[in-house]
Design a protein around this ligand. Structure first.
Ligand SMILES: [Zn+2]
Length: 261
């Protein structure tokens, strides 16, 4: 590319290169983070300046310790976020991934998000490494419930979800600070990246371990790495293609060209 090329043209070339990689991929994996859901109105609660951070310190209030010692404080913090997720709709990037998955060459979506938007868009094979808001579990009898039964009254009337069998508090199946990752999901994610031929990181700054290490595992097994994120990540130096742009505009374009040439 000549020195006079504009950033838009550079980005266009990178989009084309990414589409070519995806078109020939047999076992592609996409790893998504908060950046894919911000265009759907869901704040990245780990990011400074996102409202939720300034009011409370998530590391403290969204921790397992807080949930156990002062669940009402946890639920009070969680309620606006749960409301945004419950009512949020998938955007063009979620829909493009679902469409590409249906074509057969995208094997797995690994997401750090708990917002259910990949599933709402129609994706089938989604590994949720940080848990999910789709289900709640009883802290006493460990029964699992579909969160749809409880979320509306929690969001609208601030009713803390209680187990219909034993009346203990129900914990959303999201991974809180200080809590272990769900082991089955984590093993499945590692298996997927070790077998993939292309891994695309979409909207993750790759700052939260151990998920942030997955692209390196893919590279060690010979996969190509594509990164689309607004800010640089530690893995950019190892990536085949880096696009520093908005996921919801870039990803649909890549998927469209990969599918239709
Ligand atoms: Zn129970």
């Amino acid at each position: 590319m000549s020195e006079s090329a504009s950033p838009a043209l550079a980005s266009n070339a990178a989009i084309e290169d990414a589409a070519v990689l995806f078109r020939s991929a047999k076992r592609a994996v996409v790893l998504t983070g908060a950046g894919i859901s911000t265009p759907s109105g869901i704040p990245d609660f780990r990011s400074e300046g996102s409202g939720l951070w300034s009011r409370d310190e998530p590391m403290e209030v969204a921790s397992l310790t807080m949930f156990r010692t002062a669940p009402e404080r946890f639920f009070h913090w969680f309620r606006p976020l749960a409301g945004q997720m419950f009512y949020a709709q998938p955007n063009a990037a979620h829909r493009a991934l679902a469409e590409f998955e249906a074509s057969g060459n995208l094997k797995t979506i690994i997401t750090q998000n708990i917002d259910m938007l990949h599933q709402k868009a129609g994706s089938q094979n989604v590994i949720e490494t940080h848990g999910t808001l789709r289900t709640l579990s009883c802290t006493d009898c460990f029964r699992k419930f579909d969160s749809a039964l409880f979320l509306k009254s929690f969001i609208e009337d601030e009713k803390i979800p209680l187990c219909p069998y034993c009346n203990a508090i129900l914990k959303p199946d999201v991974i809180l600070f200080g809590e272990q990752l769900p082991q089955a999901a984590w093993h499945e994610a590692q298996r997927a990246v070790r077998q993939c031929d292309v891994i695309l990181v979409a909207g993750s700054s790759l700052e939260v371990l151990p998920v942030a290490g997955l692209p390196m595992q893919a590279l060690d097994h010979g996969a190509h790495l594509i990164i689309i994120n607004n800010t640089p990540t530690y893995a950019n130096v190892r990536a085949d293609i880096v696009i520093m742009d908005d996921v919801s505009s870039v990803l649909p374009e890549i998927m469209k060209r990969a599918l239709h040439g």
